[in-house]
Ligand binder design. Structure first.
Ligand SMILES: *[C@@H]1O[C@H](CO)[C@@H](O)[C@H](O)[C@H]1NC(C)=O
Length: 385
């Protein structure tokens, strides 16, 4: 009887527990010099064919990788876990991955978890190329998740991406926690985390130092929760740019909570092109934010028109409504701490400013609000509406 039970338990455990594959068994060398791309793809093909949950193990060491595409569309459906104790390193020559959209790409997966891992894209030489004004590839995003659901990313570090660090596009139910992003403050287009066309996304306990937006939120984002983030250097947390296209999905239900901005160009921002568009941004909450020497701590800019191209004398069609700014305090690096520059055609409505205290050079910061309606509550310095 007992042996039958043991046998039963054994079969039960072995059929439910994950099958584990180590990249070393597939020929990957942890020396940072031997190209491990083929070995990683071989692991993926084997994992893909399994009908049990799988764990792909990347042990300590450095693994040199060209671009990788973990595409679940032809796999047996199952949860996939990547446990990464080591570092993934892109080729030193930026041209090898520089024309790819993504360096490490996950798509068409339902249930994918990435634990740990240092993703070192070695982007500095591409930034130098871009800064010199030469003809350079646009660069690969370091990590992309597309058309996937039930995604967890925990304890991952992204270093020196060529372009964006992490992109979530067309996904549902995504949790990012304990992610670290690190790139130089003057590195071009290195957004930390970009979310678009996705629903139910959370970003917790994250530290982002980079050369562009810490978090950028694109059209079609619905249900995004950002909490406990340290941002800086960088361009802040930004909804937009919205309204680049005339037909565009809106952004709704976004909470940004307990964020510290240090030396960033902007704090919390909503930005739209000065062009007609069907898009919108509504039900947005910015709460409990600390600003340390931030260029534009609170900013709605609906007159975005870089180099005055493709939008002169036009106004934004993006409707912004029900936006809360609550408990936001600290120091502004410019005179105007609160700027709400809304569309004359679609004025902002339902703005709430509550308990805002911003100083500029030890004096109250100034404000500038146009085409913005709503209410003010609590202590306000400056007031604006
Ligand atoms: C807003 O988004 C959060 C997740 O960020 C979700 O839990 C909540 O249900 C959403 N609210 C509405 C009204 O959709």
């Amino acid at each position: 009887m007992a042996s039958l039970l043991v046998l039963f338990v054994f079969f039960f455990i072995s059929s439910c527990s994950a099958q584990s594959y180590n990249v070393l068994s597939f020929g990957a060398k942890p020396d940072g010099k031997t190209d491990a791309t083929k070995a990683f793809m071989a692991v993926w093909e084997t994992a893909c064919a399994s009908s049990r949950p799988v764990t792909i193990v990347v042990p300590k060491g450095r693994f040199l990788l060209r671009s990788l595409n973990f595409d679940g569309s032809k796999c047996k459906p199952k949860p996939v876990t990547f446990r990464i104790d080591g570092s993934l390193v892109a080729p030193a020559d930026y041209r090898v991955i520089g024309n790819e959209d993504y360096w490490i790409f996950f798509q068409h997966l339902d249930g994918v978890t990435v634990y740990g891992g240092v993703f070192d894209a070695q982007g500095t030489s591409l930034w130098d190329c871009k800064k010199s004004g030469k003809n350079c590839p646009s660069g690969a995003t370091t990590i992309g998740f597309q058309s996937s659901s039930n995604v967890v990313v925990s304890g991952l570090t992204s270093l020196n991406s060529q372009m964006f660090h992490v992109v979530i596009n067309g996904c549902n139910n995504v949790k990012l926690q304990g992610v670290k992003v690190l790139a130089a403050g003057d590195s071009p287009n290195t957004d930390g985390i970009h979310v678009q066309s996705s629903s139910t996304v959370s970003i917790f306990n994250t530290k982002i130092s980079t050369g562009d937006d810490c978090v950028s939120i694109g059209p079609g984002t619905n249900g995004l929760w950002i909490e406990n983030v340290a941002c800086g250097p960088g361009h802040g947390i930004s909804i937009g740019s919205l309204g680049k296209d005339s037909v565009e999905e809106g952004v709704q239900n976004v909470t940004v909570k307990t964020v510290t901005f240090t030396g960033t160009d902007n704090g919390v921002r909503i930005k739209s092109w000065a062009r007609p568009s069907s898009g919108f941004a509504r039900d947005i909450r910015f709460q409990h934010c600390v600003m340390n020497n931030v260029g534009n701590p609170i900013l709605i800019d609906q007159n975005y028109c870089p180099r005055n191209e493709n939008c002169p004398r036009q106004v934004s069609g993006i409707k912004i409504s029900d936006v809360l700014f609550v408990d936001i305090h600290g120091t502004s690096a410019t005179e105007v701490g609160v700027k709400l520059d809304c569309s004359p055609k679609k004025p902002c409505t339902g703005i709430r400013l509550e308990d805002v205290k911003l100083t500029y050079r030890n004096k109250p910061a100034a404000s500038a609000c146009v085409h913005a309606g709503g209410i003010e509550a609590g202590f306000l310095q400056p007031n604006c509406l």
